[in-house]
Design a protein around this ligand. Structure first.
Ligand code: SF4
Length: 494
């Protein structure tokens, strides 16, 4: 068995950086109970199973690959001792710690350790907020990323102001993302998923489609090289924009591979930094990308544990609306609002949209209507190919729905149709008008925004970042009409 013992790799720990040596024996488990518990997007189930089975095939005799009903059955069958890197959810962490034969090691696959995060958070000991920007700058220094001496490369830590351009009117002019080609393992996965679904054992949301995201380390590396060479140089300026004809624009599309553990985030960071140092990508684009990995991604990971298990149930805005069926089931055709219909269609057909669509279209609509944040978190987790518990709990409960009352973000990300009109090209072809808040052609995002402000008037008035919205709402002569109209819409699709 070797010096290092057998390492159990969860399906989001598939890279070599979760192993200690090139000979270490490995346990891989495909537990059917995971798919039975939740209604995942069909393409997400496919990607995860495909990646797991590809890894088992790659490792050959080094891997014990068990397909069982539950993880417990697999462990009973294989016996100990086993080591596992810190799992990525509270449920999985509790499970491995209950098993005597399993030793839990520190987490891998992130750029900061738990100790480094704690040192940073403790160092703020005066009750100041745990701001992402501060964490990110600390990580830049500690990891020596995009630094010149003691200062940031180019003299600026942050290129956000340059990276918020509306979409270009003549399109992105960028090579499309790297796309996977399916093989016989994908064929087998598709066959199994079809059969399990037919037999009523599992149910999915979303449509099946060709696997386009990497399922192996070799594919993930090709996708990374393609992004850095062809797409990173134009990523920065338009990263917050949405184009109806180009759902992926210059986004990396690497988050599914990084979250499966097929890429080490630090190698993505170094590849992007090299492109800048060699003059192949501008600093604004590289900084914007690096910020997502060593900043946002690690910040979210550590806050997931730092805020504790009860964080997922926070509901400080008392949002209790159940997710309407058309939203939960990704019924894009039931929706006339062009931006929302488009967003649901993207999720239905690909299991993916980029972060601004998630935050400012899907999350914004849910926030305005007071969708239950815990149920919405579960929906994002299940419906997106890169969604995992640790990703979605802070992103949805904190960032998107403000259900933590401001522990993570300083204000709720609610916006009316004017924002979507500025940052996308949807409104021109929509049956609604972004400037209208009442009447037949009232934009549901605009009326929904004022309804949200009215419902949360007291709380928003007390926050310096949202007080102006409350003043604006109080000046509206027709705010009662707006609220009545929204209440009447109920959970009908807009
Ligand atoms: Fe979306 Fe409103 Fe614009 Fe229509 S008018 S696309 S609903 S923001």
């Amino acid at each position: 068995m070797g010096d290092h013992g057998r390492r159990w790799l969860f399906a989001d720990q598939l890279g070599d950086h979760f192993l200690d040596s090139a000979e270490q024996p490995v346990l891989l488990v495909e537990a059917r109970s995971v798919l039975r518990r939740r209604r995942f997007h069909r393409q997400k189930a496919h990607l995860v199973l495909s990646a797991l089975r590809h890894r088992a095939a790659e490792l050959g005799e080094r891997a014990t690959f068990l397909r069982t009903g539950t993880y417990g059955e697999a462990l009973d069958r294989v016996g100990g001792p086993l080591t596992v890197c810190h799992p990525t959810s509270y449920a999985a962490d509790a499970f491995v710690r209950r098993r005597d034969e399993v030793t839990v090691l520190p987490a891998r696959g992130f750029t900061s350790t738990a100790g480094e995060f704690k040192a940073w958070a403790d160092g703020r000991g005066d009750g100041r907020r745990l701001l992402m920007e501060d964490f990110y700058r600390d990580a830049r220094r500690r990891l020596d990323v995009l630094m010149e001496g003691d200062g940031p490369a180019g003299g600026r830590w942050n290129f956000d102001a340059d990276n918020r351009l509306p979409p270009p009117s003549d399109g992105m002019k960028v090579l499309g993302p790297w796309r996977a080609e399916e093989d016989e393992i994908d064929e087998e996965v598709r066959h199994d998923l079809d059969r399990w679904e037919r037999e009523g054992e599992v149910a999915f949301v979303g449509r099946d489609g060709p696997r386009t995201f990497p399922a192996t380390r070799a594919e993930a590396l090709r996708a990374l090289r393609h992004f850095v060479a062809h797409r990173l140089p134009v990523f920065g300026p338009y990263q917050d924009a949405i184009l109806s004809a180009d759902p992926v624009m210059a986004h990396s599309m690497l988050s599914p591979a990084v979250n499966l553990g097929l890429l080490d985030p630090m190698e993505c960071v170094r590849a992007a930094e090299d492109a800048y140092r060699c003059g192949r990508a501008p600093l604004g684009s590289v900084e914007g990308y690096v910020r997502q990995l060593i900043g946002w991604r690690d910040y979210i990971w550590h806050l997931y544990w730092h805020f504790g298990e009860g964080y997922r149930e926070l509901n400080r805005l008392s949002a209790r609306t159940p997710l309407p069926g058309w939203f939960a089931d990704l019924d894009a055709d039931a929706v006339e609002a062009r931006c929302l219909s488009w967003a649901l269609r993207q999720v239905r057909d690909t299991g993916f949209t980029h972060h601004i669509v998630r935050l400012m279209v899907l999350g914004n609509y849910a926030l305005q209507r007071g969708f239950d944040p815990a149920r919405l978190t579960d929906w994002f987790h299940r419906s997106f190919v890169d969604g995992y518990d640790w990703v979605m709990v802070p992103n949805v409960v904190g960032m998107s729905q403000h259900a933590d009352g401001g522990m993570l973000a300083t204000k709720p990300y609610a916006a009316g149709g004017a924002y979507i009109n500025r940052m996308s090209d949807f409104c021109g072809g929509c049956r609604y008008r972004p400037t209208r808040r009442t009447g037949e052609d009232a934009c549901p995002f605009t009326s929904g925004y004022w309804w949200f402000v009215a419902r949360n008037e007291e709380r928003l008035a007390g926050n310096p970042r949202t007080a102006r919205s409350v003043h604006g709402m109080r000046r509206l002569a027709d705010v009662d009409e707006v609220c009545a109209q929204e209440a009447e819409r109920g959970d009908a699709p807009p």
